[in-house]
Ligand binder design. Sequence first.
Ligand code: SF4
Length: 245
Amino acid sequence: MSPNQPIKQALLSTVTKLRWSLTSLHWGGIVDWPRAASPEPISADESSCVGQPATEQENSTDRERALRLIQRELGNCTRCRLHQTRTHIVFGEGSSRTSIVFVGEGPGYDEDQQGRPFVGKAGKLLDKMIKALGFGREQVYICNMVKCRPPNNRTPNSDEIEACSPFLVKQIEAIRPQAICALGACSAQNLLRSSSPISRLRGKIHHWRGIPLVATFHPAYLLRNPSQKSAAWQDLIELHRIVSS
Ligand code: SF4
């Protein structure tokens, strides 16, 4: 070991702690702050498969192929009544080789219009949460319990979730992330087959088919209840710890 190694490690640890503190303040709404340099999101070039070991590139291609097949199987789905009122199916999007899959409840108005998950106000907050973890949106995978918007943004019914969830299961199994983040009660309760409130499901590590799962508040809830952001921040720290280990 070089004599400078312990100093380097101590410096790295200090810089990491400082980055987390500053990002926490910023994410918690303290924006009038000269921002510390946080790690830049990996550029499109860097995040491509170029230069990766062949096995990882092959795995990545396999996952993308699997996701395409799942989407093809879903097709113009009419398996539940939600198809009657949707504009677009919101399949899910992001990196197939991500370490985190975020699972929300279902598409809202903006998502239904655009066919993309979490693109409204709640999506903007989710983007900040993802950034706080040190990722860009394109580096994680985002999807929902149901892929069509429930009328008036109501909570999806259990039969609708039952009809749609086989596709979600296949998506997560295809990606096999290091961790799942369940956003909100609907997602957490259905993935964990629990009726406990989100306030009791959050704050601990669960497992879904062997994959660590952290439950936290839905970003839409956090917009209405900003005082809960600090609790959600603790959940993100746990998530970060899992994917960093
Ligand atoms: S919510 Fe899922 S199961 Fe229901 S119609 Fe849409 S894609 Fe099909």
